[in-house]
Design a protein around this ligand. Structure first.
Ligand SMILES: C[S@@+](CC[C@H](N)C(=O)[O-])C[C@H]1O[C@@H](n2cnc3c(N)ncnc32)[C@H](O)[C@@H]1O
Length: 438
């Protein structure tokens, strides 16, 4: 919606006549939904267990097959309250960790990419609870066509926000164009009835003084003045005269005259020298500034004190925290099918949500397990390491994130890097080490 007040009744406009025309994205290789549901399920093997309740799930596997398997699990189908995914972005690159170990390839492009994402979104929608939300993180390359696909899959009416995130500090671009410092998160829900805990930012002193300019003499309370009337038809009590005055043309009082009288008695109406009433809105009644759809405060790791895992394309945990707090409640089940370094599940664990995390990169699973057991480490000055091996870390002095139960599954599939049995034994030992202390 552009700024300004739209007309409610636009019956003469040609747009109204066309409103039933829908549109779809067509491309070669777009398969039927029925075929997607026929995907062969993953064969999963549980290799480690932390026997505590509630229990979360970490899965090393190809996510389409794993999601197809989860459709048959009555504990998961229709039970997931929140999905966050940060898939490949069709960059055309392979990605390595900070110590130059291969992490994953992002080589699928064009229609193949769109179909890759669409198939997973179709299964994800099935898994989502009716009150659930999904956030899809992308950049400018694919966000636009994926938005059209999401309208098809989740319904345009369930689109909630196109969030713009500032992802990094300004760069010195040498190209003839503006610097690129944003990426995007598409937020959809499964229905109108979804979990929503409105996030607010706290007032800074400067912002509060600018917005709430006045101080009430008697009480010292800071306030701002707003009109007592609002646009709309003058029907009923709010269209009647109050203290001998009618609201301006095309407007009505915000409250019936008797309520305005009570507000006036309490000193909540400001009268201008010319006798114009204004309502006082007090700063101390404000929960803060409602969060909008441009997020500037969640850049990814950008200085040496920030704690990271070293996995490439790792997202800022505070960004995920905002999403989880806004769109889920403690105890809800959260799913990330492109888990990477495990940011979503680490934050979910800290916020006492249950979770499912899936990735087909062995490095991603190794990194996530290490993160759950030991936490993250300050980015530090990596270039001065002089090729020295990092010192062997003790399991004590740990910033362990995992507090509750966990089942670790591996998919049995020929297209995945094999996991040595010694590594599995080590994971089991480490995940269970001190698990009962919490
Ligand atoms: C952009 S990274 C996710 C980063 C993550 N948000 C974080 O904070 O670390 C994308 C991840 O998706 C995984 N991935 C890509 N295709 C996949 C597939 N078909 N099945 C499972 N995981 C996949 C990659 O291995 C990679 O770890």
């Amino acid at each position: 919606m552009a700024t300004g007040i739209p007309h409610q009744n636009q019956s003469q406009g040609s747009l109204k006549n066309n409103s039933k025309l829908s549109f779809r994205l067509e491309y070669e290789g777009k398969v039927s939904t029925e075929d997607i549901f026929q995907t062969p399920p993953a064969q999963l093997r549980c290799v480690a267990r932390v026997k505590k309740q509630p229990k979360s799930y970490l899965v090393y596997g190809e996510n389409l097959r794993v999601l197809r398997t989860l459709l048959d699990d009555p504990n998961i189908l229709g039970k997931v309250g929140l999905i966050y995914i940060d898939p490949p972005y069709a960059t055309g690159f392979g990605f390595e960790s900070r110590n130059q170990t291969h992490a994953y390839n992002d080589l699928i492009d064009g229609a193949d990419y769109l179909e890759f994402i669409r198939q997973r979104l179709i299964l994800l929608r099935e898994i989502l609870a009716n009150h659930g939300s999904i956030y899809v993180h992308l950049d400018e390359k694919m966000a636009f066509p994926v938005k059209i696909l999401m309208d098809e899959i989740f319904g345009a009416k369930n689109f909630r926000n196109w969030i713009t995130r500032k992802k990094c500090n300004p760069k010195n671009f040498t190209r003839k164009q503006y610097g690129n410092i944003s990426d995007y998160i598409l937020f959809y829900t499964k229905s109108d009835d979804y979990v929503w805990n409105q996030p607010f930012e706290s007032w800074t002193d400067a912002k509060a003084k600018k917005e709430y300019q006045y101080i009430e003499e008697e009480t010292g309370r800071r306030y701002k003045k707003v009109p007592v009337h609002a646009p709309g038809q003058r029907k009923g009590a709010t269209g009647q005269a109050w203290k001998g005055m009618l609201p301006p043309p095309g407007k009505h009082w915000q409250y019936p005259p008797e309520v305005l009288d009570e507000m006036d008695k309490r000193g909540e109406i400001y009268w201008s020298p010319t006798g114009n009433p204004r309502r006082k809105i007090y700063l101390d009644n404000s929960k803060g500034i409602a969060v909008q759809d441009i997020w500037l405060e969640f850049k990814d790791a950008h200085n040496q004190n920030i704690k990271i895992t070293g996995y490439p394309t790792e997202k800022n945990p505070d960004l995920i925290k905002r999403i989880i707090l806004a769109s889920s409640n403690p105890g809800d089940l959260i799913l990330d099918a492109f888990l990477g370094s495990g940011t979503t599940v680490a934050v979910a664990e800290e916020l006492e949500r249950q979770w499912v995390g899936i990735d087909n990169s062995l490095l991603a699973i190794k990194t996530t397990i290490h993160r759950l057991i030991k936490g993250t480490e300050a980015m530090g000055d990596f270039v001065n390491n002089n090729g020295n091996q990092p010192k062997q870390e003790s399991l004590f002095n740990t910033n362990r994130i995992l507090r509750r139960g966990l089942d670790l599954y591996l998919e049995i599939a020929s297209d995945l890097e094999e996991v040595p049995e010694t590594l599995i034994e080590d994971w089991d030992k480490q995940l269970n080490f001190q698990a009962n202390l919490w």
